[in-house]
Design a binder for this molecule. Structure first.
Ligand SMILES: Cc1cc2nc3c(=O)[nH]c(=O)nc-3n(C[C@H](O)[C@H](O)[C@H](O)COP(=O)(O)OP(=O)(O)OC[C@H]3O[C@@H](n4cnc5c(N)ncnc54)[C@H](O)[C@@H]3O)c2cc1C
Length: 464
């Protein structure tokens, strides 16, 4: 338990009266953390911490990896900024040595501010210095870890952009066909691209694979061990949930994901029907939270790795990843989700990635600004994409084979579609062919089998 006399030596409490220190000693928590233990993680509800003994490290997530941004010594405090800004915790705190920390909740902290003008002034002064440091840091550091140079119709570049978006890694993209002047000449002898530049130093060139980019970024692509209790295949919501529950029960869990953790849900602009999020949550945010939760319980995750074979052995299974790693496990959980069904029509394969896209993600928004786009499909994912793109595109036409959306789309989404003036739903309509030289220019649609009608189209998102 904290004693009032020991608080006298802590600078932030030195100006208080004995009575005020006594009250803090009686009400604040006395936390002991071992080396390596987390005190608070980025994104959590903040508390006010004062370090009494030991050393704490500040870690901040940046572009998909975690970086140590400083150390706190006894007497330092933390947590005032997010509490006063009413935001989640801005960075994580981890013990660098066995440490003892005083913790106040929000109400106790506000009481402290009200109790002493001197104390409040020290706290506000520190907060101002920290906000200035954050501003200087963001000015000095390029927020984009990755620069992609390549055409919007280049399939490899598109895969990399999707991969980075799904992994929530900020990137800058220069379309070398539309904006050749913006290609940085200094970085590569053949500036025509496509190429990827990571952290201003590593250049990834053709073939542009997500594995190469992931490795340049320092993401985890190789399992650390040869044997696990559980291997979960697929990092969508189901696989991540399995990883959280398995790891929280103390099992050694490896999650293998062929692209980026989060699965299909990560491409959703706003999931409104998930329990616990009354105002909805973007798929990216849901995925990021689940990844953090699984990692926090100790689950290991590798991305850009695909499970290619599973063979039974005498005490479980041998799982082989593409690229050759073989792992032993007692249990395999298959959480591989679904893939989009392909449209089997004339011209579609040639134009895939060149205006014809399977699925849709927020990353696609800049490429539809002011354009006339079509979405094939009547499910919730198609509805979400229509609502999202309607803020960017000139027109969004949703094509469905059936009589309408009522059988396949949630009521709340149909209502949202109705409210957007630039969304049209065409029933009993099929796409029968797509056309264009270098990229999609038109589609042919047929209503109830009638002769096809040619329509100019800038993009076709297939979500079936
Ligand atoms: C645009 C969109 C919007 C949506 N909106 C909503 C919504 O608002 N509300 C809602 O409830 N649902 C929504 N959904 C549906 C929801 O996202 C899915 O139901 C959910 O993601 C299914 O989770 P899952 O883990 O089973 O599979 P998935 O999310 O499909 O994840 C499977 C994962 O397995 C990986 N994988 C596959 N094979 C292998 C392999 N061999 N090796 C390694 N990894 C592999 C895949 O890459 C993928 O990441 C939406 C879906 C989309 C696409």
């Amino acid at each position: 338990m904290i004693r009032a006399e020991e608080l006298k030596k802590v600078p932030i409490f030195a100006c208080l009266t004995d009575g005020q220190r006594e009250r803090i000693a009686q009400n604040a928590a006395d936390l002991r953390v071992q080396k390596g233990e987390w005190l608070i993680r980025e994104g959590e509800v903040p508390s006010f911490f004062v370090l009494l003994e030991g050393v704490l490290e500040v870690e901040k997530e940046y572009g998909g990896t975690s970086q140590v941004r400083g150390r706190y010594q006894p007497g330092d405090f933390y947590g005032e900024t997010p509490i006063l800004l009413d935001s989640p915790t801005i960075a994580s705190l981890r013990a660098h040595a066995p440490s003892r920390v005083l913790r106040m909740d929000r109400m106790q902290f506000k009481e402290l501010l009200d109790s002493s003008a001197e104390c409040a002034s020290t706290i506000v002064h520190t907060m101002t210095q920290r906000i200035t440091a954050i501003r200087e840091y963001t000015q000095d550091n390029n927020p984009f870890r990755v620069l992609i140079v390549g055409s919007q119709y280049d399939g490899e570049c598109r895969n990399i952009r999707t991969f980075l978006s799904l992994n929530r890694i900020p990137y800058e993209w220069v379309d070398n066909e539309r904006d050749p002047d913006r290609v940085p000449l200094c970085v590569i002898s053949d500036p025509s691209g496509p190429f990827v530049l990571v952290d201003d130093s590593a250049i990834v060139s053709r073939p542009l694979t997500t594995r190469k980019v992931a490795e340049a970024l320092g993401l985890h692509t190789n399992p650390r061990k040869k044997s696990y209790d559980v291997v979960v295949i697929g990092g969508g919501p189901a696989g991540l949930a399995a990883a959280v529950y398995g790891a929280s029960e103390g099992l050694s869990v490896l999650l293998v994901e062929k692209t980026a953790a989060g699965g299909q849900a990560c491409t959703s602009s706003r999931i409104e029907n998930y329990l616990g999020f009354p105002n909805g949550i973007s798929g990216e945010e849901l995925g990021a939270r689940a990844v953090k939760q699984a990692a926090r319980f100790g689950a290991e995750m590798v991305v850009t790795r695909k499970v290619v074979t599973i063979e039974p052995t005498s005490d479980g299974y041998c799982v082989e990843l593409d690229g050759g790693s073989r792992l032993q496990t007692k249990t395999v959980i298959l959480a591989t989700g679904v893939d989009w069904r392909k449209l089997n029509i004339e011209g579609i394969d040639r134009l895939q990635g060149k205006g014809v896209v399977y699925g849709a993600s927020r990353m696609d928004a800049p490429s539809v600004v002011g354009k006339d786009i079509f979405i094939v499909g009547g499910g919730n994912s198609a509805g979400q994409a229509a609502v999202y793109f309607s803020s960017y595109a000139a027109s969004v036409t949703v094509l469905v084979r059936g009589e309408g959306l009522a059988q396949t789309m949630s009521h709340y989404l149909i209502a949202q579609l109705d409210q957007r003036h630039n969304i049209t739903v065409e029933a009993y309509t099929e796409v029968v062919s797509v056309d264009g030289e270098n990229s999609l220019q038109s589609i042919h649609t047929s209503i109830s089998g009638a002769p096809p009608l040619e329509r100019s189209a800038d993009a076709l998102f297939v979500m079936i």
